[in-house]
Design a protein. Sequence first.
Length: 377
Amino acid sequence: MTRGKVLIVGGGIGGLSTATALAQADYDVRVIEQQEDMHSSIFGVGIIQPINALRALKMLGVLDKCLDQGFPAEAWGATYDVDGNFKHSMAGSKIDDEDLPPMNGLTRPKLHKILTDATLEAGARIDYATKFTDLTNHEDRVTVEFADGSSEDYDFVVGADGVRSQVRRYVLDEQIQPKYIGQSAYRLNIPREPEIDRIILQEGPKGMAGLVPIGKDLAYLFFNAEMPREGRPQGAELVSSLREYLSDYKGITGKVRDKYLNEDADIVLRPEESLMAYGEWHKGRVVLIGDAVHAITPHLGQGAAQAIEDGVVLADSLVRTDSLEEGFIDYTERRFERCKLIVETSLAIAQWETGHLDGFDNVAATNHVLEVMAQPL
Ligand SMILES: Cc1cc2nc3c(=O)[nH]c(=O)nc-3n(C[C@H](O)[C@H](O)[C@H](O)COP(=O)(O)OP(=O)(O)OC[C@H]3O[C@@H](n4cnc5c(N)ncnc54)[C@H](O)[C@@H]3O)c2cc1C
């Protein structure tokens, strides 16, 4: 006997985590992913997994794999000025009764493989190259029309289809859309230099550079740069534009720039978009999770962490309440303030990085978020 039949739209980090949690809670789960296969939607760069992400991954049963294949750091990070002078250290937070590192770095393809395996092992099904064309929310079911002309009924549908969500319009007012925040993020995998053993943040005049360990021998460089969305550098302009942004840096960022910044094809440049949906995160039998309902910019390394937590909490809320409606309301109530704090603090950091928020204390704000995230889910 299953608890119900569920369709999850989107096989990203949030969709796979939700699928695993729901299948482990005895739901009959199908995931549809528009991309052709497991790796087509992921850029091969890394991801920061803060301690609260690790707690949620432990609940899904995949913590050890993430730590074994990643770089569990002894501290969250440290900040330096543009000349390479040390400014602050950030120990990170602790979670009572848990033996978890403050941060783990991992490549995105490895995380995707781990979550895909967990989804399948929990008994859920994943269909790639599959899209829906319409959803009809009935009182007792949702009818889903698929692009191949077929249709099927589900007890509920989870929109886990990211920042450009197609499911969102069935739940929220169409006016609620993500906004470009005026920054884009360069990212580039590099060999791990020994001093990159935690998140290294280096403040420059044109934005924030950072280095993150994601394996014994692997790290990545990121740079949050202020730029218009249209006309962003691309192709053969990537190395030269990033070199220009990093031209003032001494210390570890300068060393990495001079040693490893050579190939345009190695660099990913992504626009940073933000969204926080107020009000209910469900309508009838359709519910949203992850970037579809709270798109989080990278400044605190928390976007994927929140998508994973959403999945864990959604399954728990449904199990501990007596109806779908109560479960969805319980889920939103447990998630809203955490996500809002991260969306808003990330935006404040972005403003400060680009010189538009004087007097802001980046270290204190980050430490506060890390403390709050260590509270029970
Ligand atoms: C530059 C950058 C760096 C970041 N770094 C970090 C970090 O270090 N740590 C962290 O925790 N977070 C980070 N984030 C945030 C994180 O990547 C996102 O918050 C996270 O991926 C959201 O997960 P999701 O599953 O909601 O959405 P996504 O990861 O976007 O997944 C959505 C999936 O749905 C699929 N899809 C979309 N539409 C459809 C459709 N109609 N039908 C079927 N499938 C569909 C997509 O192909 C995709 O696979 C970063 C974000 C950016 C932009």
